[in-house]
Each structure stands twice: as C-alpha cells, then as structure tokens.
Design a binder for this molecule. Structure first.
Ligand code: ACO
Length: 364
C-alpha cells in the first residue's frame, strides 16, 4: 500500500505506460511514432482533442497559444515584482497562482502559454536582463528559446526542444498528473489543478533528476576517467544517474526518441552536439557495468539521461530543467483534468488509523 504501487486510480484514454514491454502509448500511438512527427501544438490537439471545451485543430491551437503568450507577458511585471529571491520553479509557482480559475478553455490556453513566458522572464530577471515580448506567430519552442536567450534559435535547436516537449507531454498516472486529477476531482478548477501538478513535479523524486546526470558527467570529466569513475561509484553502492526505472523493466522508450532527437541536432550542426559523444561512451560503459553488477535485472537508460543532454545542448540552464519539464507536461495535466471532470468522481481514498483510541473504543 505504501506509495500506492500497482493501485489503479483512474481509467484514462490518454496514455499507457507498459513497463514490461518498454512502451509508451499516447492516444493509441507509440511515442516513437509521435516525437519528431508532430509538434507541440499537434500534441496539444492530440491530447486535448474531444475533451477540450472548444475543439481546435493544430493550427488553431498554435494561433490561440500565440495570443495567450502575449496575454501572459502582460502579467510579467507584476510577477517579477513579487518573486525576487525565489528559484525559477518557485517563481513559476507564484506566476501560475496569478491566473484565475474562470473558464476551462481560456484557462488551459493561459496556463500553457504562461509557463514558457514566465520561465524565460524569471530566468532573465535573475541574470539582470529585461523580459522580451513573445512573438505570437512563432512556434512555442522557438519562442521560448528566443525569450530566454535573446536571439532567434537555430531551427534544429527549436526542433530538438519541441521533440522533448512532445516526448514528456504525458506519462500515465505519474505523481504530478495524479495530484492534478485529485484537485480536478474537487471541481476546484483548471489552473488550481495545474498548479497542484507543478507542486508535485517540483520534487527531486519526480521532475528533478536530469541535473544530477550532468553532475555525473562533470565529475567523470574525461573519457579516460569513465570506467574507473563508474566502477568506484558502483563499488560504493551508489546509483548511476539516468539508469533504471520504477515502471520500465526494460528500455525507457523516451530515452531512445530523445537520443534520436539529439543526433538530428548534431547532424544539423554538422558535428558533435554538446557532450553527446562523451555521454554515449558513459552510457555504453554504465550499461556494461550495471549488467555485470545486476545480471538478473535489466537496468537500462532512462529518460533523464538524454533529457539532461538535450536541454543542455539547447542552452537551458540547469535551474530551468523542471520548469521546462512543466512546459511539456502541462498538456497532459490539462487533458487529465478535463477527463477527470467529465468522467471521474471525487477522489477520496481511505486511511488506516494507527493512533490511540479513546478508552474502551477500538478502531473499526
Ligand atoms: N545504478 C546502480 N544500481 C541500480 C540503479 C542505478 N541507476 N538502479 C537500480 N539499481 C539497483 C538497485 O540498487 C537494486 O539493487 P539491490 O537489489 O542490490 O538493492 C537493483 O538495481 C534493482 O533496483 P530496482 O528495483 O530496479 O530499482 P527501483 O525501482 O527501486 O528504483 C530508480 C528505480 C529509483 C529509478 C533507480 O533505478 C535509480 O535510483 N536510478 C538512478 C536515478 C535516476 O536516474 N532517476 C530518474 C528515473 S526516471 C524518472 O523518474 C522520470
């Protein structure tokens, strides 16, 4: 019962994580067939589809999200005035709290658009830079990179980030999605539910793993140090970051699609990208050593390994990794909120009382 492992908390038509087969299916399609083939607005259209209060196709959603980024930018001065000293994800939490719970359709657009706009503005403010105006005609990934870096991204960089956002958009009943559904089940409203999702995502056991992958790369330092470092780490009983998964008992399909996205970025840049070649050497060595250490348990690369490399390769600072994860996952949270509101009952489980009882009474 601890951690609700194996408990089915909802029926969903949105996504299915098959841990034994190493498959992620979103709305009937394998993630391998989605990433790189549809973009962020296309994923929003796929996930939101028949659940959304206002039905829009990919192009209409792209336009609506562009307009909503402009509206989010108008909240930035007020946000920056109240978030000094907070981390980026804490600032984003404050920013989402500024949005009203008013109308499911407008709120979905507002919450989705606010995440990139607020995240870029918070990051720039921390660097002493002014926030930039969103471009409503740009695609969300390009616009975010420009708002963050202050220059137009290379199309291949935007495509790589877009591939990441699509890949992480939904993943079964993960902790943040469950949190969003619990709040939605009380009919508290869409923004409140999304905010609950972000609060759950913020924890290092959920959305915070890619940073340590980069710490590991930093600590290994050079290719020559790779095997010795990894052996020493395992010898001390430490876990190698970016390997193993609670649900996937074989490969994590998201690792493969992100690795492919990184290779596309490398090709477009005409060579290596970031530390991809070095990371691949670490991956090969780590997998061999993990196989040696746990011959009966297939420990494979998980999504966090290539997430870290991809986000680093497109210039995202480590403190923005969780807000950028939220930028993609918000599509899933919103779809789950609508699904919960349409078909779910109030989520109200039981607890088993283990405390003292009044004299003469026993807990039932
Ligand atoms: N490095 C070394 N050994 C490992 C690793 C690893 N990355 N993962 C599992 N093992 C070992 C465990 O120590 C355990 O050994 P033991 O039986 O001697 O104690 C054995 O393999 C089996 O462990 P599992 O039951 O598969 O692992 P569990 O389900 O408890 O944990 C987890 C899964 C937390 C992801 C684990 O693999 C881990 O700590 N990985 C490193 C951190 C990481 O990459 N986190 C991101 C995960 S992806 C995500 O959350 C989105």
């Amino acid at each position: 019962m601890s951690g609700l492992d194996g408990v089915v908390a909802a029926n969903t038509a949105l996504s299915h994580v098959d841990g034994a087969a190493g498959e992620l299916v979103v709305r009937g399609k394998a993630i391998d067939d989605l990433t790189g083939r549809i973009d962020f607005a296309g994923m929003a259209a796929l996930l939101w589809g028949d659940l959304a209060p206002v039905s829009r196709d990919r192009d209409a959603l792209g336009r609506a999200l562009g307009a909503a980024r402009g509206a989010a930018a108008r909240l930035v001065p007020g946000l920056l005035a109240t978030t000094k000293g907070l981390s980026a994800v804490e600032g984003l939490r404050a920013g989402l709290a500024l949005l009203p719970d008013r109308d499911g359709d407008a709120d979905a657009l507002a919450a989705t658009a606010a995440i990139p706009v607020f995240t870029a503005a918070l990051s720039r403010a921390a660097r002493g830079l002014a926030a930039l105006e969103p471009d409503p005609a740009a695609d969300p990934a390009s616009d975010f990179l420009r708002l963050l870096h202050g220059r137009d991204p290379h199309p291949a960089e935007a495509a790589a980030l877009d591939a990441y956002l699509v890949t992480v958009a939904d993943h079964g009943m993960n902790a943040s999605t469950f949190a969003a559904r619990v709040v939605a089940s009380t009919r508290a409203g869409l923004v409140s539910s999304v905010l609950a999702g972000l609060c759950a995502l913020k924890g290092p056991l959920h959305g915070g793993a890619p940073g340590p992958v980069l710490d590991m790369l930093d600590a290994i330092g050079t290719p020559a140090n790779c095997e010795a470092w990894l052996r020493a780490e395992l010898g001390r009983g430490e876990r190698l970051m970016g390997f193993g998964h609670r649900v996937y008992r074989t490969r994590d399909p998201r690792a493969d699609v992100l690795k492919a996205a990184l290779h596309r970025l490398a090709k477009a840049r005409g060579g290596d990208v970031g530390r991809l070649a070095f990371a691949e050497q670490i991956e090969r060595t780590a997998l061999a050593l993990l196989q040696e250490k746990q011959p009966n348990r297939k420990l494979d690369t998980n999504v966090e390994f290539y997430t870290a490399l991809l986000l680093e390769a497109v210039g995202i600072p480590r403190d923005l990794f969780t807000p950028v994860f939220a930028m993609g996952r918000v599509l899933g949270w919103i779809a789950h909120v609508w699904e919960q509101e349409q078909s779910g009952r109030l989520i109200r489980p039981q607890s088993r009382y283990t405390g003292p009882m009044p004299a003469g009474k026993r807990a039932a």
